[in-house]
Structure formats: C-alpha cells, structure tokens
Design a binder for this molecule. Structure first.
Ligand code: ADP
Ligand code: ZN
Length: 614
C-alpha cells in the first residue's frame, strides 16, 4: 500500500468510521488526489460521494460539488458536518445572513466542500467570486443529467460546459450511476474532460433480491408482501398520480404507515412527505417516479413497483434505492401488459428519435418482465457487463419461484384457439373468462358457453390465464388491435397451431422460499440482539429529532446492528463499531453506551431473578 493510500484509509476511518474502501473507491480517490480528470460510474449505493469527499478533505483548498437538488445537498452537508468535516451549501433557501456567513467562510478558506446547484454556479457573479478563491476541483454529481441520452436530462446541467474555460486550473470529476456507453461519452464531451480516466464499477447489487410477478390482485399481493416487512422503510412506486392517491388511501385505511408523493402535490406537502420518511415518522412512501432522486436514505429495505418501469435503466435506478447500506433488501415488481400501454399514452407527446428510443426501452423492459433468465444477470448484461455466477441466489428465477409450464404448448394452443373462436373481437379479460368457464352475463348473452374452447382451462385461476395471455402478447404470438384492444392471433401465433413455434409460459411455483440471508453479506442482526436494536433505533430517532436531521445521518442501520451485536462498553470499543468516526464517537458515544449498558444490566437482572434459590 502506498503512503497516500494509507493516509486515505486513515481519513476514512477517522471521519467516517469505515474500515475499508469499496470496489473502485480508492482508484477514484487517487484520480482526484493526482488532479486528473475522471468519470466514475458506480451503481446506486456504490459509494460515489466518498470518492470525492475523502480526497477533498485531504487536498488543499475547497472542492465545489455540483448537485441537482437542494434536499440532496442538505443531507450531504449535514452528514459531512456530523462527521466533523467543514462543508456548506449555497442555494436559494438561504437567508441573507446565512449567505454572508458562508461567503466569509469561503473567503477565509475554512470550507473543504461547497455544494452548489448548477444554475447557481454558472451565474457570472458566482463564477467571478469563485475565481478569486482557491477552488481545487469540481465534482459533478448525477452527471448523466447533462445528457439528453440519459433518463433525467436537466437543461441547467448544460451550463456546466463552461467550467473548463472559467477554471482552467481545476480538475473536473464526474459521477453517475447511469452506465450506457452513449451517456458516458456524452458526459466527457459536454464537460470537456481532459483525457479522463473512466472507472466503471460492477453493476450487480448482490444484496438486492429481485422478484417480478404478474399483477393479479394488487391489494392482496401487496399486503402479503408488506406483512413480512413490518417496521421496515420502503418505497412503493405507481405509474400515475391518481394511482398513488388511491393506493395511499387504501393502505392507510388498512393501518399502514404511509404518505403520498408526486409532482401534483404542492411543494410543502412534498417536503413534509420526504421529511417524514427520512426521519422515520412514516415507514412507507407511495410515489410516482418523481420521488427518489435526491433521497439518499441508506436503510430503505424494500422498493415495490405496482406497475412496470418505463425502461430497464429506470428500473435499475428505482429498485436501486433499496439497500444502499449493503444490507439485504427486497425489490418486487407487480406488472401487467397494460402498463406498457399506459406508458405509451403518457409519452405520446414524444416525436421522432425520442419516441423511437422510448419505444425500444419499453420493449426491453417488457422482455425483462416476462423472461426466465436470472434478474441479476439480465440487469448486469444490460449495462454491458458480464455476470459470472451460474445462479445469483437472490432473484425469483434462481430461487426457483418461477417455473416453465410443462405443457406450455398445449395451454398456448387452447388460448390462441379461443381467440379465434370469439372471432378476434374481444379483449384479454373476456377471453380469460371464456377459457375458465365463467357464467358472466356477457358470455351467456353472446352464447359463448357453447364454444368448444369454453372452460378449457377451468383448472386454473382466471388471473393465471390472464397472465399467460400477457406472456403470449409479449412473445408476439398475440397482438392487440383497435380502440377496444381486442386480441388477434399473429402469424407466429398461427405457427403454434402447427407446432412450428413454441411459446414459453411461466408460472409461480407453489413452494415459498426465502433466500438464505445469513449467507449474503455481513451485518446480520443476531436474534438475541433484536430488542436492543429496537431500543437503539428509538434513541437514534430522538437524537435526530432534537437536531432536526434525518435518522440515518446520526447512524445507519449497519452501525446499529453492529452495536446491538457487539454491545460495546467502553469508548475504545465504541470506536470499533462500523460507521463510528471520531466526531460521532464524541458526540453520541455516551448516549449509546448508556443505552447499551442499561439493556445489558436489565438482562443480567432477569437472569439472576430466574435462577432458582435454594
Ligand atoms: P451512491 O451515491 O453511489 O449511491 P453513497 O455515496 O450515497 O452512494 O453511499 C451509499 C452508502 O454507503 C452511504 O451510507 C455511505 O456512507 C456508505 N459507504 C460508502 N462507502 C463506504 C465504505 N467504504 N464502507 C462502508 N460504507 C460505505
Ligand atoms: Zn438470479
């Protein structure tokens, strides 16, 4: 290990309380220390912030961090200060006095990191001010926002193209979780990076368990899932605002701790929803995709999609908000073929190339949903990387929860025949009803109970048959036509009648397996430590509320688990806990040690009381 690497490691331990770098962090830090431009692509939760924060504390002068959202800056600055690092943010929410204070800190060279939004940074006043002080480097967070190829283009990011000119001495570093080649090249070009070193991390997130299910009865499917998650923080995504409102209300009526978030709500309501979630006053946020960017809460334990995402990139980002702390987290998607129609409707104002890109992305997403290939592998390969392992042990496919129907061909033939028998004039729901032998009035008045295909699949639930129809649509053996979305058989579908093509239909297997979590990563809470963990969680919430910062900034779940397992009794032992740096040990050590002490004492009392006296 070089001297520099050793110093960086000590910095990490001293301020953050972490014992080792994650993959590529050291390489990324080295680029900043050696003042070479760089582009770092790491998945969400990969630890991008440390890639510039660690060297910023080691280098002379102040680093300017460009970040798109005020909420995001605020959390980052709070977290840095909690760790004893001088940081501040300049944005529109500051009052005159706060602004003066920060300005004088900058002039006096007291700050290590300054967070600024791009539109603010690129004003002439700000640029000439920063030219007078010593800016060592720029870190551009969420750098994909500069590219129209990305999924979150923000026009104000384009202004950053002028940084190179205004600050020829400073080195530039870009960070993103979006890994497509096009976006990567675009970032380097737009920012005019000078022969940047491009570091691309491994896109797999082994601690996330992915499951994709056909949506049958959402409320039932959702409550089955949520009931295993009691007390955990999670996000539930819906495609439309209306769905968000409706679902929030239903969940609230059923006693869940939920709040809604979408762009149609006023600013104040949104800020409150976000605050409640960060400070753990509410467990679950039901939201459109407007929610998430800028939420760097590390202990989100699950992300549910109640409909398909609009692209695989979006899915990776949205699901990726779970488990940033590296502990196991669940990602479940309940989808239906209808979702893609909904997206098409919502994106109908796109034209030309953007419309084509959007359509291709929907198609890939649809394939991803219905495929029977390992989810981890599919995601990793989608981002142009190789996946080595045979089985991931952490997705519905590898866990054996999904299986190929042994008689796919026959079931498919029955469905396709039925579509022909109703003269290709009815929709998916109706066809499923006929096949399962429904006595619905519409069917009887059409005389369809007389058809040879009536009741052919009555051994199965209607929702299952409905699911297979979607799969046949996905695999293009069926298509939808006209305003009424009636089903029709394609040429490929006709080939199925002659056994010249074979659809692959899947179903959920009955056996319920849970992944063996003990095998996956550290940070497992020992069963006997649960009670203490809960007590520490309460203490964390109180301390966070007193200071009006989010709980996870006080300590992440990994730290609390480590404390509950190890039960430190001295400050020296406390410093050994994951995520405890010097500043936090001084600030919180006493409170947490006291809580642990109280707990172990009462346990000892219980034990001695239970020992029979002679
Ligand atoms: P990203 O921006 O890439 O999504 P963050 O920088 O927010 O990721 O980091 C995610 C979480 O991982 C944070 O809670 C952070 O403190 C933690 N983390 C980052 N690097 C390390 C490390 N080397 N050891 C332990 N935890 C880390
Ligand atoms: Zn898998």
């Amino acid at each position: 290990m070089t001297d520099q690497e050793e110093i960086a490691r000590q910095t990490l331990q001293k301020y953050w309380g972490y014992g080792a770098f994650r993959p590529l962090q050291w390489e990324a830090i080295q680029e900043v220390l050696e003042r070479r431009d760089s582009l770092v692509v790491l998945p969400t939760g990969g630890g991008k912030s440390l890639c510039y924060q660690v060297p910023a504390t080691m280098r002379e002068g102040m680093m300017v961090v460009v970040s798109p959202l005020i909420a995001l800056m605020k959390d980052q600055v709070d977290a840095l200060r909690e760790n004893g690092i001088a940081a501040a943010a300049i944005n529109s929410s500051l009052n005159a006095e706060e602004k003066r204070e920060i300005t004088s800190q900058i002039r006096n060279g007291e700050l290590k990191l300054l967070y600024v939004a791009p539109e603010k940074l690129c004003t002439s006043g700000m640029i000439s001010f920063l030219q007078q002080v010593k800016v060592s480097a720029f870190a551009i967070d969420e750098a994909h926002c500069i590219s129209t190829w990305g999924h979150q283009f923000r026009p104000e990011y384009r202004l950053l193209g002028s940084l190179r000119e205004h600050f020829p001495e400073a080195d530039l570093h870009a960070y993103t979780a979006t890994a497509t080649e096009q976006v990567r090249n675009d970032i380097c070009e737009q920012l005019k990076l000078r022969e940047p070193r491009v570091l691309v991390g491994n896109f797999d997130r082994p601690n996330l368990v992915y499951r994709i299910r056909q949506r049958e009865n959402l409320d039932r499917q959702l409550s089955e899932f949520l009931d295993q998650q009691s007390g955990n923080a999670g996000i539930i995504y819906c495609i439309t605002r209306r769905k968000v409102d409706e679902l929030t209300e239903r969940l609230r009526d059923n006693g869940y701790s939920v709040t809604a978030y979408h762009a149609g709500l006023d600013h104040e309501t949104r800020v409150r929803a976000q605050d409640d979630f960060l400070s753990e006053r509410t467990e679950i946020v039901v939201a459109t995709i407007a929610f998430g960017m800028g939420i760097d809460k590390s202990n989100v334990r699950f992300v549910v999609h109640t409909g398909a995402s609009k692209s695989v990139e979006n899915y990776q980002q949205e699901a990726g908000r779970a488990g940033r702390d590296g502990l196991p987290a669940d990602c479940v998607m309940f989808y239906s073929g209808q979702d893609f129609m909904t997206w098409r409707r919502m994106m109908s104002d796109l034209t030309g190339e953007s419309a084509e890109i959007a359509e291709r992305q929907l198609e890939r997403m649809s394939k991803f949903c219905s495929s029977l290939q390992c989810r981890h592998r599919t995601l990793v390969e989608h981002f142009g990387q190789e996946y080595e392992a045979e089985s991931c042990g952490a997705c519905d496919v590898c866990l054996g929860e999904m299986e190929l129907m042994p008689d796919s061909l026959i079931v498919a033939q029955k469905i396709l025949s039925c579509v022909v028998r109703v003269e290709q004039k009815f929709g998916a729901d109706y066809v499923a009803q006929v096949l399962t032998g429904s006595r619905d009035q519409r069917i009887l008045s059409n005389g369809h109970e007389e058809l040879s295909t009536y009741g052919l699949l009555k051994a199965y639930r209607k929702s299952a048959v409905r699911g297979w129809i979607e799969q046949l649509l996905d695999q293009q053996f069926l298509m939808r036509r006209g305003d009424h979305q009636t089903l029709a058989v394609t040429d490929a579908g006709r080939a199925v009648f002659h056994r010249e093509a074979e659809p692959q239909l899947t179903r959920v297997t009955q056996k319920k397996t849970r992944p063996d979590r003990a095998e996956r990563g550290s940070g497992q809470l020992e069963e006997s430590a649960r009670e203490l963990f809960e007590a520490l969680r309460t203490l964390r919430r109180q301390l966070a509320e007193e200071q009006q910062i989010p709980s996870f900034i006080v300590f992440g779940d990994v730290s609390l688990i480590d404390m509950a397992n190890k039960k430190p009794t001295t400050s020296a032992e406390f410093l050994q806990i994951h995520g405890v740096g010097q500043k936090k040990a001084e600030q919180y050590g006493e409170a947490f040690l006291a809580e642990i002490q109280k707990f172990t004492a009462s346990e000892a009392d219980e034990v001695s009381a239970s020992i029979p006296t002679e």
